[in-house]
Ligand binder design. Structure first.
Ligand SMILES: Nc1ncnc2c1ncn2[C@@H]1O[C@H](COP(=O)(O)OP(=O)(O)OP(=O)(O)O)[C@@H](O)[C@H]1O
Length: 279
């Protein structure tokens, strides 16, 4: 497998603060790499160095000169604009040198992929989830080879997260290399190849299952009676649960998953999605 970007002995300092200390990382083509770490640990700094948007204090970022990757970037902060999503994406596309005809078609396609209606509504009235979708759309407008996503799921409800993840799954299938910083690794389990934590200015590579609680499954369901969601959150084997937009998600130990599914159905709940990668 050939590498798309290599970082060699990189140190990044802001004034006297060392954020990354002589780290090395090779990102291979087609790989999906998850970056974990507490707030302020240096994930965004690392993503920006991978993308070549900021320079390391010392060390080298190496890309194959004959195959400079086309990079898409979704920053963690996205301002509320006076533009509509279409106007904004046209501006972004023009800056990237894309042709108007291509852009109109691509923008339509991306709105449909993310189930966001094209409208005259300025983005300053958009919800956090809608803004995240537009942020993601701008990052893949030009069909990048390397996609860098800084906390793409933050502030999204379960159904928007699933839409985002299935779009990422599709991009992965097309061979796009993806780097994602996140606080929600379990949601991304099905597309993850590698997990690296940024801690104390160093990088630590994980065994995937260490992070995913050995065979934990993700179950997403809908209850008409929301008190059942609370009831099932204390079901044996449930590691964590959350509810948003009338959908409830449970991370459950694999050996308790069948019992949980059966009991949810018997209680009148509907199963919307199951990810049983651990089986
Ligand atoms: N331009 C800058 N100037 C000075 N300090 C900075 C700059 N950018 C980041 N830092 C500092 O570097 C450290 C790492 O920041 P970074 O944004 O990379 O962390 P992060 O892991 O992405 O955090 P979060 O999860 O909160 O986004 C923080 O202490 C931050 O305050």
């Amino acid at each position: 497998m050939s590498s798309i970007v290599e970082l060699n002995n990189i140190t990044k300092r802001y004034s006297n603060k060392v954020v990354l200390s002589t780290i090395s990382l090779t990102i291979n083509q087609g790989q999906t790499l998850i970056l974990l770490g507490t707030n302020g640990s240096g994930k965004s700094t690392l993503i920006r160095i991978i993308g070549g948007f900021i320079h390391p204090t010392t060390g080298h970022r190496i890309v194959n000169n004959s195959q400079q990757p086309k990079i898409g970037f979704m920053p963690d902060r996205f301002p509320k604009h006076k533009f509509t999503s279409q106007e904004y994406l046209i501006h972004m596309g023009c800056i990237q040198g894309l042709k108007k005809d291509y852009l109109h078609q691509r923008i339509k396609e991306l709105h449909s992929l993310f189930h966001l209606q094209l409208s005259d509504q300025p983005m300053r009235y958009f919800s956090k989830g809608m803004l995240q979708k537009v942020n993601m759309m701008q990052s893949i407008l030009s069909r990048p080879d390397l996609l860098l996503l800084d906390e793409p799921l933050s502030g999204l409800d379960v159904s928007s997260s699933l839409e985002m993840i299935s779009a990422l799954q599709e991009l992965k299938k097309q061979g796009v290399t993806i780097v994602i910083s996140t606080h929600e690794p379990a949601m991304l389990q099905r597309i993850t190849d590698r997990i690296v934590t940024v801690k104390d200015a160093s990088l630590f590579e994980h065994e995937e299952q260490q992070v995913f609680n050995e065979g934990a499954s993700l179950v997403i369901c809908r209850f008409k009676d929301m008190s059942l969601a609370n009831q099932f959150s204390s079901h044996i084997g449930v590691i964590s649960s959350s509810t948003a937009n009338s959908l409830t998600s449970f991370y459950v130990h694999e050996d308790s998953c069948d019992t949980l599914l059966l009991e949810i159905l018997q209680a009148g709940g509907s199963i919307i999605n199951i990810d049983r990668k651990g089986v």
